[in-house]
Design a protein. Structure first.
Length: 388
């Protein structure tokens, strides 16, 4: 399975084509719209989300609620486009119109300056428009389809926020994937630790009042993953490596870890490795899950546990020093409308990205034209691993 996204933040629409899904996957459009809505929410979002009501339009690849095996086209309209028709127009415009909303003062931490130099743009808006996190709406739509495929194969995906601006919550050890998802859904900051929720909100409020932004840590947990997705045999076949790329590709993400992650550097081997046990009912499992469900780049049957680190959004209402590309004079960087924290929304994007990579790994291992055949093959394989 592969997919490409297209679309500018203030252009007419976002578009995606997904290719390579088997025929017969039951798809709920309502579920996709629900996931798009989840991404739009979260405490700390800015004014743009009041303008948009993201809903998907599907123009190919699905008929009567099921995939056809042909490419699926997804469209999400930008409602804000009506305010940007001249600025984002396709046809050439005169000199005066060219200057409208032109960006010449690159914002530190954004793609503006590097993209401008690399692509020789006179207007840095040409970079901003595509590097905007608006594009992640499309990834969430693709992720929603992948989650529906995974759910039909008894694989559940959940996401939550562990930390915002240094305020960190705790997650009880024994929570199931479904419980994590249910608890996160009830929280405006998507935090499963109720004791810390108010503190996170207060941190966001204070940051907004200070005209600043904050980042955080999000976690994705996947349960029901069969043993042996990915492969130890080649560097680029390791599934944890693919997930790492998928996470760091999310706008403003700077790091990724699995299981105990960076903490492993401070622990003894005896404290980190997950001991192996066997039972007739569950087959081979582990006494702990410090390695986040991966050994040798392959899933080991324990829940996949991935965390991503998001830097603060670089667009600040209290702008930092920058240089005007026309005059080379020192200026304060341009102020664009922004969110003070998008960490809760980013957890939904991370959930989608992990779901996409797990779905791709399932499709690689259980390649099939029809979903029914895939389901039979997955069941047969699960029986095999249980009896190994
Ligand atoms: C973004 C800037 C803001 C955010 C946007 C990401 O948009 P605007 O420039 O229109 O105010 O709202 O996020 C979305 C539009 C979205 O759908 O998540 C940026 O510069 O990355």
């Amino acid at each position: 399975m592969r997919y490409l996204t297209a679309g500018e933040s203030h252009g007419p629409e976002l578009t995606t084509i997904i290719d390579g899904l088997p025929a017969g996957i039951p798809i709920s459009v309502e579920q996709i719209n629900q996931d798009l809505k989840r991404r739009q929410g979260g405490y700390g979002r800015g004014g743009r989300m009041l303008i948009e009501t993201d809903t998907v339009e599907i123009t190919s690849g699905i008929r009567h609620g099921k995939t056809l095996g042909s490419p699926i086209t997804l469209i999400v309209k930008n409602d804000d486009f009506k305010n940007w028709e001249t600025v984002m127009g396709i046809e050439p415009v005169d000199k005066r119109a060219k200057k409208m909303r032109r960006l010449s003062k690159p914002r530190p931490g954004h793609a503006d300056l590097v993209g401008g130099i690399k692509y020789d743009h006179d207007d840095l808006r040409n970079v901003l428009e595509r590097s905007s996190a608006r594009e992640t709406a499309m990834r969430v739509a693709v992720g929603s389809i992948c989650k529906q495929l995974l759910a039909a194969l008894e694989i559940d995906v959940a996401s939550h926020v562990l930390e915002i601006g240094g305020v960190r919550g705790n997650i009880p050890d024994n929570m199931t994937v479904k419980e994590i998802q249910e608890r996160a859904e009830q929280s405006v900051v998507r935090c499963v630790d109720e004791a810390i929720e108010e503190e996170m909100k207060a941190k966001i409020d204070q940051t907004k009042a200070d005209k600043n932004t904050i980042g955080g840590v999000v976690e994705v947990v996947v349960g029901g993953v069969p043993i042996g997705l990915g492969s130890h045999t080649q560097w680029d076949a390791k599934l944890d490596g693919k997930i790492a790329q998928a996470i760091v590709s999310i706008n403003a993400f700077k790091g990724v870890e699995f299981g105990v992650g960076f903490e492993a550097a401070r622990l003894y081997g005896s404290e980190v490795m997950d001991e192996i046990i066997w039972s007739k009912e569950a087959g081979y499992t582990r006494t702990s899950n410090n390695l986040g469900g991966f050994e040798g780049g392959m899933t080991n049957g324990m829940p996949v546990v991935v965390r991503g680190v998001m830097k603060p959004i670089p667009t600040l209402y209290k702008p930092l020093q920058s240089v005007d590309i026309d005059t080379k004079e020192v200026y304060k960087a341009s102020v664009e409308r922004s969110d003070s924290s998008a960490v809760p929304a980013a957890s939904i994007v991370a959930e989608a990205m992990v779901a996409i990579e797990i779905a791709k790994a399932m499709l690689d291992k259980f390649e099939s034209d029809s979903f029914k055949a895939m389901q039979i093959e997955v069941k047969r394989y699960r029986d095999y691993t249980l009896n190994y």
